[in-house]
Design a protein around this ligand. Structure first.
Ligand code: S3P
Length: 451
């Protein structure tokens, strides 16, 4: 299901000061999961702070296509999901359209593997190039009848289980630190006979585990496996139930990062970003930007809906290049495009390694960022699993976003330090994760026009 090529272009003018008090939209990962768990729960789930981005709306439409009644999002971002229980989904009439969303297709693979009906999923041009073998392989080990194309790309096609057939529980060691793959296997584990366990080699976002607990489904998390503090085992027994609950979605730290970087690289100003999700498995960008001597202050730390949240005060700073700790890579995996802009504005060289996963995101984010940075006059060297970026003067030029929302937003932020105008092509997909990005950016002092 490919989409016609769209062509929204951002044109930026250099900026100077960034200041204000803003709230970023709801967390994308948590929004996806709230629809999934709400649909599979018994009873009615009320969601507050839902992200009305295209990715999360794609997840919502998939569950509607499988017979779940969902109201909203209304103008206050409230959503109501009338769950039908773990076995309440019905066969979609058509192939499920996943749009641009890797999280939707990978987590849904785990859910669909456990159903008694057949289904097929595909997305836009970018998603249809992304690797799905990473979820298909463990699901096949669980005796699911699921496949992707020979090269591992979508469509993902799943033949329904026979009546009374259950998936087989497995013990699975994740080959890469991926919350999507972990979540896929855990979700399939709800439909398996026995206890399924997943060992992750590095700490990844734990929203699935947290939300399972919030919905009353037992899940066991053991840290420090084999004496390695990076290794965690998550175990889940099939056959329990999810009970509807109320979900409060925190602001998305991935969206907040664009504004953290904006506030830091601006020549002056102070910005407060409110209600940002501070889940410890998501704060890699804060660790990295602080290590770069960014002036970030975390205030009003509190819990909301089972997730830690806080406000972040950002002040313009002279950043310093660093060697990024590999431990922070999975904790900042979506934030590297914005961090690369911070590196381009820092004194000296910033080095990143162990980040080969960046090559299989919505675009090859190492190459797409390197090409854009070089176009703007920044020196960088690309490696298979990372990049070296030496800070310098940002010029003007034309950037290809490769239809990747985070590439588009990162270069929009770089305009704060540019000597001239930057044109960024193919920015439609900014709406997948951050529909009001341009208005919020212009509100705090950037100058972005879109046409
Ligand atoms: C996500 C996990 C990450 C991240 C993606 C959202 C999730 O992917 O890049 O944007 O919601 O589980 P991987 O787990 O594949 O690294």
């Amino acid at each position: 299901m490919s989409q016609a090529k769209k062509a929204l272009t951002f044109t930026t003018r250099p900026g100077h000061s960034v200041s204000g008090d803003i709230i970023v939209p709801g967390d994308k990962s948590v929004s996806h999961r709230s629809i999934m768990f709400g649909s599979l729960a018994n009873g009615t789930t009320h969601i507050k702070g839902f992200l009305p981005g295209q990715d999360c709306l794609a997840t919502m439409n998939c569950f509607k296509a499988m017979g779940i009644e969902i109201e909203g999002p209304d103008s206050d971002h409230n959503v109501t999901v009338h769950g039908k229980g773990l076995h309440g989904l019905s066969q979609p009439k058509e192939q499920l359209d996943i749009g641009n969303s890797g999280t939707s297709i990978r987590l849904l693979s785990g859910i669909l593997a456990g159903q008694q009906f057949s289904s097929s999923m595909a997305g836009d041009v970018s998603l249809n190039k992304r690797p799905m073998a990473r979820v298909v392989e463990p699901l096949q080990l669980m005796a699911a009848n699921i496949s992707a194309r020979e090269d591992g790309t979508p469509p993902v096609v799943c033949q329904g289980l026979a009546e009374n057939q259950k998936l087989k529980a497995i013990d699975y060691i994740l080959p890469m630190a991926s919350a999507q793959v972990k979540s896929c296997v855990i979700l399939a584990g709800m439909y398996a006979e026995g206890v399924t366990s997943v060992i992750e080699p590095g700490i990844t976002r734990d929203h699935t585990e947290r939300m399972l607990t919030a919905f009353g489904y037992p899940v066991t998390v053991e840290k420090n496996i084999d004496g390695d503090e990076q290794k965690t085992r998550i175990s889940i027994e099939g056959g329990h139930e999810l009970t509807a609950c109320d979900i409060q979605i925190p602001g998305d730290i991935s969206s907040a990062t664009f504004f953290m970087v904006a506030g830091l690289i601006a020549k002056s100003g102070q910005l407060t970003i409110r209600n940002v999700g501070m889940n410890p498995t998501r704060i890699g960008a804060i660790n990295i930007l602080k290590a770069m001597q960014g002036d970030l202050t975390i205030i009003n730390e509190r819990m909301a809906g089972g997730e830690p949240v806080a406000d972040i005060v950002v002040k313009a700073s002279q950043l310093q290049g660093i060697d990024i700790s590999e431990r922070d890579v999975p904790l900042a995996i979506d934030e590297f495009p914005a961090i690369f802009i911070a590196a381009a504005c820092a004194n000296g060289t910033t080095r990143l390694r162990g980040a080969e996963e960046l090559r299989v995101k919505e675009s090859d984010r190492i190459q797409a960022m390197a090409d854009g940075l070089v176009e703007l006059g920044i020196e960088c060297t690309v490696f298979d699993d990372g990049i070296d970026i030496t800070g310098g003067e940002i010029g003007s030029g034309t950037i290809h976003s490769h239809d990747d929302h985070r590439i588009a937003m990162s270069f929009a932020i770089s305009s704060l330090r540019a000597t001239g105008s930057i044109t960024i092509l193919d920015c439609d997909n900014v709406a997948t994760s951050f529909p009001n990005f341009v208005s919020l950016a212009n509100e705090v002092g950037l100058s972005i026009t879109q046409a």
